[in-house]
Design a protein around this ligand. Structure first.
Ligand code: NDP
Length: 449
C-alpha cells in the first residue's frame, strides 16, 4: 500500500489546480504519483528540471468541430479531440474513442496512461489519445462513414507515420478505421499505411491486432496466476463488456481451459452457466451489432439476462473488467472478495476505482492494472507499424508469438520492479515505476523540451 511522497505533493496539487474539472485525469495522475515515492527517495535527481511537471503536461492538445449530416439531412455538430501527450520514446500513439461521455479530461487521462503503457511495451512509441463525443449507437453505415470522414478532415493535419499514429478504442473498430484511412489517403494523396493501426487485412492491417488486447490481457493474468502456482484451468471467469477487448479475452480464457460465465454491455449482463458461446456472441456483437440481451434470447435455457444489474455480483475466481473506466467500485470489489475472487486483470483502462484497487490489494488478490495488462493491443499496433514500414505481412502465429513474448516481458518487468522496490506482488507499483523510469530517462536525455 502506498501514499503520496511529500516532495511530489506540491507538484500534484499544482497539476490538479491547472486541470480543474477533470476528475479522471486527476485520478490517473494521483495513482502514478502514489507509486513514485520510492523512486524519488532512491533517485532524487528525477525531481530536477521540472520533469514531473512536464510529464503531466501534454505536449499538444487539439480540439475541433466535427460537423456531419445524418440520413435525414439534419446537420449535427460534435467535438473532436487529439491529445498528443508525450513523444520522448517515439511518435504519439493511442486510440480514438467515440462515445457520448468523451471530454478533454477523459482523453487526457487516457493519453497520460497510454504514455506509460507504451513505455512498458519496450517499443518505440510515445503516448497520445483522441476521440469525440459522437454516439455511434443506432447510426447507419452511411452516417458512421460521413462522421469518420469529417473527423479525419481536421485530424489529418496533425497526424502521420512519424508524428502521431491513432488506432481504435471504444466505438472505433475496423469499420471506422477503414473510413478514416480512406479519407486520410484521399486528403493527403499518399498511401501512408503506417498512419493508423487496427486496419483491415485487405489494406495493410496486421494479423492478430483485433485479438491482441484481449489475448494479451489473458496472457498477463495467466503469468500472474502462474506466480501463485495456478492457472486459468477450470477457473470461473467474469468478463465485463462485450466489445473488442471482452470478446477476445473470452476466446483466450476458453483456450486456456477457463470458463467465462458472464459478460455485459451498458444495458445489463448475461450469465451463462454453460460458458459463453463465443460464436453466438461474435454474431450478436460483431455482425449484427445488437445488444447482449439478444445473446440471451438466442442462447435459450442456459443463459439469463439481468437488465441494469451489476456483473460483479456474479461469483467467480477471476474477474476481467473490460468495458470502461471506473466500472468496478470499492463495493463491487468487496463483493468479489467475499465471493472468493483470486485474481483481477484489467482489460479496460482504469476500470477499477482507487477504492476497489485498495480492497483487492488488502485482501491479497492478485491485481493486474490496465496499463500493463491491456498493453498487448498497442504493442501489436507497433508490430503493425513495423510490418507497414518493411512492406511485410507476418502470419497469425508469428504475430501472436511476438505478442505472447511481449506480454511475458511486461509481466516480468512489473513483477521484478515491484520486488526491487520492496513491494513484491504489487503490479500497480511495478507497472508505474517501470513505465515512468523509461519515459523519464528518455526525456532527460532529450533536454528541456
Ligand atoms: P468496444 O467499443 O469494442 O466495447 C466496449 C464495451 O464496453 C461494450 O460492450 C460497451 O457496451 C461497454 N461499455 C462502454 N461504455 C460503458 C459504460 N459507460 N458502462 C458500461 N459498459 C460500457 O471497446 P473496446 O473493447 O475496444 O474497449 C474497452 C476498454 O478497453 C476501454 O476502456 C478501452 O479504452 C480499453 N482498451 C481497448 C483497446 C483496444 O485495442 N480496443 C486497447 C487497450 C485498452 P455498449 O455497447 O452498451 O456501449
Amino acid at each position: 500500500m502506498t501514499t503520496l511522497d511529500e516532495k511530489l505533493e506540491p507538484i500534484l496539487t499544482q497539476v490538479l489546480q491547472r486541470n480543474a474539472g477533470e476528475p479522471e485525469f486527476h485520478q490517473a495522475v494521483r495513482e502514478v504519483f502514489e507509486s513514485l515515492g520510492r523512486v524519488v527517495a532512491k533517485h532524487p535527481d528525477y525531481l530536477q528540471d521540472g520533469l514531473f511537471e512536464r510529464i503531466c503536461e501534454p505536449e499538444r492538445q487539439i480540439i475541433f468541430r466535427v460537423p456531419w449530416t445524418d440520413d435525414k439531412g439534419q446537420v449535427h455538430i460534435n467535438r473532436g479531440f487529439r491529445v498528443q501527450f508525450n513523444s520522448a520514446l517515439g511518435p504519439y500513439k493511442g486510440g480514438i474513442r467515440f462515445h457520448p461521455s468523451v471530454n478533454l479530461g477523459i482523453i487526457k487521462f487516457l493519453g497520460f496512461e497510454q504514455t506509460f503503457k507504451n513505455a512498458l511495451t519496450g517499443m518505440p512509441i510515445g503516448g497520445g489519445k483522441g476521440g469525440s463525443d459522437f454516439n455511434p449507437r443506432g447510426r447507419s453505415d452511411g452516417e458512421i462513414m460521413r462522421f469518420c470522414q469529417s473527423f479525419m478532415t481536421e485530424l489529418h493535419r496533425h497526424i502521420g507515420e512519424y508524428t502521431d499514429v491513432p488506432a481504435g478504442d471504444i466505438g472505433v473498430g475496423g469499420r471506422e478505421i477503414g473510413y478514416m484511412f480512406g479519407q486520410y489517403k484521399r486528403l493527403t494523396n499518399r498511401y501512408e499505411a503506417g498512419v493508423l493501426t487496427g486496419k483491415g487485412l485487405a489494406y495493410g492491417g496486421s494479423r492478430a491486432r483485433k485479438e491482441a488486447t484481449g489475448y494479451g490481457a489473458t496472457y498477463f493474468v495467466q503469468h500472474m496466476l502462474g506466480r501463485k502456482g495456478t492457472s486459468f484451468e477450470g477457473k470461473r471467469t467474469v468478463v465485463s463488456g462485450s466489445g473488442n477487448v471482452a470478446i477476445y479475452t473470452i476466446e483466450k480464457v476458453h483456450s486456456f481451459g477457463g470458463k467465462v460465465i458472464a459478460c455485459s454491455d451498458s444495458s445489463g449482463y448475461v450469465v451463462d452457466e454453460a460458458g459463453i458461446d463465443l460464436e453466438l456472441l461474435k454474431d450478436v456483437k460483431e455482425v449484427r451489432r445488437a445488444r447482449i440481451s439478444d445473446y440471451a434470447k438466442a442462447r435459450g435455457k442456459s443463459a439469463t439476462y439481468v437488465e441494469g444489474g451489476c456483473i460483479w455480483d456474479v461469483p467467480c475466481d477471476v474477474a476481467m473488467p473490460s468495458a470502461t473506466q471506473n466500472e468496478l467500485t470499492g463495493k463491487d470489489a468487496q463483493t468479489l472478495v467475499k465471493n472468493g475472487v483470486i485474481a483481477v486483470g484489467e482489460g479496460a483502462n482504469m476500470p477499477s476505482t482507487p477504492d476497489a484497487v485498495r480492497v483487492f490489494q488488502q485482501a491479497g488478490v492478485s491485481f493486474a492494472p490496465g496499463k500493463a495488462a491491456n498493453a498487448g493491443g498497442v504493442a501489436t499496433s507497433a508490430l503493425e507499424m513495423q510490418q507497414n514500414a518493411s512492406r511485410d505481412s507476418w502470419t497469425f502465429d508469428e504475430t501472436e508469438q511476438r505478442l505472447s513474448d511481449i506480454m511475458r516481458n511486461i509481466h516480468d518487468a512489473c513483477a521484478d520492479t515491484a520486488e526491487m522496490y520492496g513491494a513484491p506482488g504489487d503490479y500497480v507499483l511495478g507497472a508505474n515505476i517501470t513505465g515512468f523510469v523509461r519515459v523519464a530517462d528518455a526525456m532527460r536525455a532529450l533536454g528541456v523540451v
